[in-house]
Write a protein that binds this ligand. Structure first.
Ligand code: FAD
Length: 495
């Protein structure tokens, strides 16, 4: 990755944090031609400990929209189920990626970092941001050791303990932890009990590390650990003895960590020239595997909007739609993970509730709906829907990656999004549209239009697709609403 000294001190956008969210956002801004830099505390992309274990369908689609999904798919394994209390078959979802891709976060980050490096984004490594001061024209970003950077816009992608969120005075509202878990990768002198183990404390699991040489474990703790409590090998040993009757002679830990089910969300994703994305904006338990996925999707929602504001093609108010669209998505993830944690409680009443939830999820419609939700395929942004009678179901939803026939030959819809620019696809007679504001493609499509959890919908005559892949306008019989949609999303027409 392109490492820099802080000698070059000014950028249009500075991103604090080069985790999955910061890397994705940097890539999006660089694709749009914006001068962006990352400031990252870690000296390299190496990640201590295991965090996310995979990518959901919508995240893979987003990577596909940029032409980089194959880089991730080639490294992991696909499984046609998503977990929501019970495994839910997702293999019949109408997407090219009806599965979870099992791939650990260190591989995801390394691959994203490789892409960002190709896009020549400067990364100030081994630098810690300590705070910022903003004025009408920009933000002074303060680094440890007294250095600073100047930016027009600052984005905090600096994780759950975000310095940027705190310095911006943005409240992190939500719920304290009710449960904590120890996670560790250790050597053992005797063979552990592999797989799941359930007892009165909760659920525990032991599996093999990626290289097969160590045991990787997740242990529910008897008592909730307080914040900032660094776990020790002794605590892991005690937790094992409490639940398994032995600690299997654990020694030589590769890493030990702890996580909780604290669920909190920034009440605002923006404070003037400062924005938040990813874990900096929302944290919750890892059950359901949502955090990284939502962070990457935040980045793709914000990237093109911030790029247009930096370039002056759209007013700053466009950035408010980032909060309006993404805040409810994370709020829903907080609720679903809180439900999942509650369903894991080992008492008889919760087990009885869990049996009913399992039965309900065996109903096909419920399965499809929850699977689409967990996979991020059912997201529907308002995009004016609430003001339109009988709005087409595509409005505000993700554009399906259909096969098109164009004057240049066959083409997938997602291929049109590789450059992260908007596109207007006309499925009717060529020449109906005259616009030089967005790319216009005349195409034929013979596929059935089917949306996750909704089923088949009427084929539209035209669609305006935003760079993040969501449909901003649907043409049915007329061009009604197209000029407004173009102005709302891509700025006023040139005078
Ligand atoms: C055990 C566990 C399992 C998980 N499993 C899943 C899963 O299966 N699926 C899923 O989607 N998510 C999962 N998650 C959540 C996922 O790991 C996070 O949601 C994801 O890492 C968030 O990415 P981010 O880039 O927003 O933040 P982070 O990954 O936290 O990245 C923040 C970056 O900012 C840097 N930084 C922080 N402060 C500063 C500073 N002051 N100056 C400079 N740099 C700074 C950090 O070094 C870091 O690189 C799991 C988490 C845990 C703990």
């Amino acid at each position: 990755m392109a490492e820099r000294s802080v000698a070059m001190r000014e950028h249009a956008v500075v991103i604090v944090g080069g985790g999955p969210t910061g890397l994705m956002l940097a890539g999006e801004l660089a694709l749009a031609g914006v001068d962006v830099a990352i400031v990252e505390r870690r000296a390299s992309q190496d990640l201590v400990g295991s965090r996310a274990g995979g990518l959901h369908s919508r995240t893979i689609e987003i990577l596909d929209q940029r032409g980089i999904a194959g880089r991730f798919l080639s490294q992991g394994q696909t499984h046609p189920v998503v977990g929501f209390h019970v495994p839910l078959d997702i293999s019949d979802a109408p997407t090219r990626h009806p599965y979870v891709l099992a791939l650990f976060q260190n591989h995801i980050e390394r691959t994203l970092a490789g892409w960002v490096d190709e896009l020549k984004v400067p990364v100030y490594r081994a630098r810690e941001v300590t705070g910022f001061a903003q004025d009408a024209g920009g933000v002074d970003v303060q680094l440890a050791a007294g250095q600073s950077l100047r930016a027009q816009w600052l984005v905090g992608c600096d994780g759950g303990r975000s310095v940027i969120r705190k310095a911006a005075g943005i409240e992190f509202a939500g719920w304290d932890a009710t449960t904590s878990w120890l996670i560790a990768e250790v050597e053992t002198t005797s063979e552990p009990k592999w797989g799941w183990h359930h007892d009165a404390v909760g659920s525990h699991a032991i599996g093999k590390s990626e290289d097969g040489r160590r045991a990787r474990m997740v242990l529910t703790e008897r008592e909730v650990a307080g914040p900032g409590n660094e776990p020790t090998l002794r605590e892991v040993s005690e937790a094992l003895i409490a639940s398994y009757g032995t600690d299997y002679g654990i020694h030589s830990p590769a890493w030990i960590s702890r996580f909780t089910d604290m669920a909190r969300q920034a009440v605002s994703y923006r404070n003037r020239r400062v924005l938040l994305a990813g874990d900096a904006a929302h944290v919750h338990a890892p059950v359901g595997g949502q955090g990284l996925n939502i962070g990457v999707q935040d980045a793709v929602n914000l990237g093109w909007k911030l790029a247009q504001v930096v370039k002056g093609t759209s007013p700053e108010t466009l950035l408010d739609t980032y909060h309006t669209e993404r805040h409810p998505v994370a709020a829903r993830a907080l609720r679903s993970t809180m439900a999942l944690v509650a369903l894991r409680r080992p008492d008889a009443h919760t087990k009885a509730l869990g049996e009913y939830v399992s039965q309900l999820l065996s109903i096909d419609d419920a399965r499809k709906r929850m699977a689409a939700q967990q996979a991020g395929l059912d997201i529907c942004y308002d995009l004016g829907r609430s003001h339109i009678d009988n709005a087409h179901p595509l409005l505000g939803r993700r554009m399906p990656d259909l096969d098109l026939i164009t004057a240049d030959g066959p083409l997938r819809v997602f291929t049109l999004l590789h450059t992260a620019r908007p596109v207007l696809i006309n499925f009717g007679a060529p020449g109906v549209f005259l616009t030089d504001r967005v790319r216009l493609i005349d195409a034929e499509c013979t596929a059935t239009w089917e949306l996750p959890a909704l089923g088949a919908v009427t084929a539209p005559a035209a669609v305006l697709i935003r760079p993040d892949g969501y449909v901003a306008w649907v043409g049915e019989r007329s061009l009604l609403g197209l000029p407004d949609a173009l102005t709302t999303w891509f700025g006023p027409p040139a005078a």
